[in-house]
Ligand binder design. Structure first.
Ligand code: ADP
Length: 485
């Protein structure tokens, strides 16, 4: 039952229960960002393989939709147990292709298991309604049904747990799925195929295709059999998918980019704010969509907060994710490093001061120094652009209004954080923040029991929690007449 990381590393697509190559036989190399070494290869698939995977999912759906909720709950519980039985192996595989510290990979795998367990529990609570009828001789029922074949596209920053949020609810309600993991980190996605088979999930319920994002995405969006797309990734690609799916009008849930503000008021508990700032900034080397992009700090506490944040950032241990004690791993690729360099150069040219870091790390490859820039202004690129790296930009403000207005001055609306010890201010500010998720005196708030999702261009729908399952259900109204009442 227990496996090693290598046994999860499947170098093939999973279609209709069979592990298969791309039609062309072509493959894509996957590299370890800490060393640049090739970890393995996966199929470079396109339209034809995706079409077959969708057909396999459609065939499997006919039987799977008729299984009982209890049966599906048991499958998910077995899947949950299989994940935790293989916790170490899955975490090691994740770090090898993604770079994050092993401790963070372990948390991600645990979080994936927690989502699966949550949806195992929710599977049996998909209730409908009876509605008081306006007609004496008719009755009104509302039932919920699985939407059908779901297509899921996932990013490289949480390659394991993002799939749990999508596969979990799909299986819970009786949907079947075709999944495309990110090309940088496909093995943590393919591992779900190994786990699903081990858990006894029927062939064709979960299909996994790796390869050309644009070809696979185009087939998923244009194929009328696919009834829902669930996507986590950039706002840019999210818009392409929405546009391409217009001709077939599908359900959508999307978790897109973020530009999280983190506001520290003068009356904040400084220790708590600094600890929260470190958690909200540097997890996964700053490569999460809920990572803080902009620190807004009130004048009275600005210097003290900036100094403490810089000291804590300087003390972070940068290293390969598999090395003991590492707190920050490498960035995902060279493009991410260049982006950091560009943002830092832009901020310096506009008067920002680099108080710690600012350069590639001496470890080479894609390692980067944890960086703090003070004197940040709304004219700098990172005020409006997602940083996605270990760079903390600290802006100064004077009034509450000014902070809230600056925080809301973005097309994004995923996560926001603020620190205050004034209860009235806490309520005022969380009510005004245009964000789907708000941490009040907390810097890490994601959990499977709460709805994850954004306002504005940060997305559509919610993942996890009781809200997350609705995204996979169609609502059917049934009117029963001719009752002779
Ligand atoms: P990031 O910039 O964080 O890599 P992307 O939105 O580019 O985010 O990638 C997220 C996921 O979307 C990945 O699986 C990627 O391969 C996929 N993707 C990228 N371009 C497209 C596209 N045109 N159609 C469908 N999926 C895409």
């Amino acid at each position: 039952m227990l496996k090693k990381a290598n046994e999860f590393k499947r170098e093939a697509n999973l279609i209709g229960g069979a592990w298969v190559e791309a039609d062309s036989g072509e493959r894509l190399a996957v590299r370890n960002p800490a060393t640049g070494e090739v970890v393995g290869e996966v199929p470079k698939s396109g339209k034809a393989e995706t079409e077959r995977a969708i057909a396999a999912a459609a065939t499997a759906f006919e039987a799977f939709r008729q299984t009982t909720a209890e049966h599906r709950a048991r499958l998910l519980r077995t899947l949950h147990d299989a994940i935790l039985d293989n916790h170490d192996a899955l975490a090691e595989l994740l770090t090898t292709e993604q770079g994050k510290p092993l401790s963070e990979s372990r948390s991600e795998v645990a979080s994936g298991a927690a989502y699966v367990l949550w949806f195992a529990e929710e599977a049996r609570r998909v209730y409908g309604d009876t509605v008081p009828s306006p007609w004496k001789d008719r009755r009104i029922l509302v039932t919920k049904e699985p939407v059908g074949v779901v297509a899921a596209i996932t990013p490289w920053n949480f390659p394991f747990s993002m799939l749990a949020r999508k596969i979990g609810p799909a299986i819970a309600v009786g949907c079947t799925a075709v999944v495309k993991p990110a090309s940088q980190t496909p093995f943590s996605g393919l591992a779900w195929g190994v786990l699903a088979r081990e858990a006894g999930i029927p062939d064709g319920v979960l299909n996994i295709v790796t390869g050309s994002a644009s070809e696979i995405g185009a087939e998923m969006t244009r194929n009328p059999i696919v009834r829902k797309i669930t996507f986590t990734g950039s706002t840019e690609v999210g818009k392409i998918l929405l546009r391409d799916a217009a001709s077939t009008v599908k359900r959508f849930s999307m978790e897109l980019g973020g530009n999280a503000p983190f506001i520290v008021f003068d009356d904040a508990d400084l220790d708590r704010a600094v600890a929260g700032a470190m958690a909200a900034k540097y997890r996964n080397a700053g490569q999460t969509c809920v990572c803080t992009n902009r620190f807004y700090v009130q004048s009275g506490i600005y210097d003290a907060f900036s100094e403490r944040l810089a000291a804590a950032s300087r003390a972070l241990k940068v290293g390969p994710g598999l090395a003991a004690g590492t707190e920050q791993g490498p960035l995902i690729d060279e493009r991410a490093v260049t982006h950091m360099e560009e943002l830092i150069a832009d901020a310096k040219a506009k008067g920002g001061e680099v108080v710690t870091g600012g350069h590639r790390h001496s470890l080479g490859h894609t390692f980067f120094e944890p960086t703090v820039i003070t004197g940040a202004t709304q004219e700098m690129r990172f005020a409006h652009e997602e940083i996605f790296g270990p760079l903390a930009a600290v802006f100064r403000f004077d009034t509450e209004d000014e902070a809230v207005e600056a925080a809301n001055d973005t097309n994004y609306g995923l996560a926001a954080y603020f620190y205050t010890s004034n209860l009235g201010r806490a309520v005022r500010v969380y009510e005004r923040l245009q964000y789907g998720q708000v941490g009040v005196n907390e810097g890490a708030i994601t959990t499977e029991v709460a709805p994850f999702g954004g306002y504005k261009e940060s997305g559509l729908g919610r993942e996890g929690s009781a809200y997350g399952i609705d995204e996979y259900l169609d609502v059917k109204y049934v009117c029963i007449g001719g009752l002779g009442l």
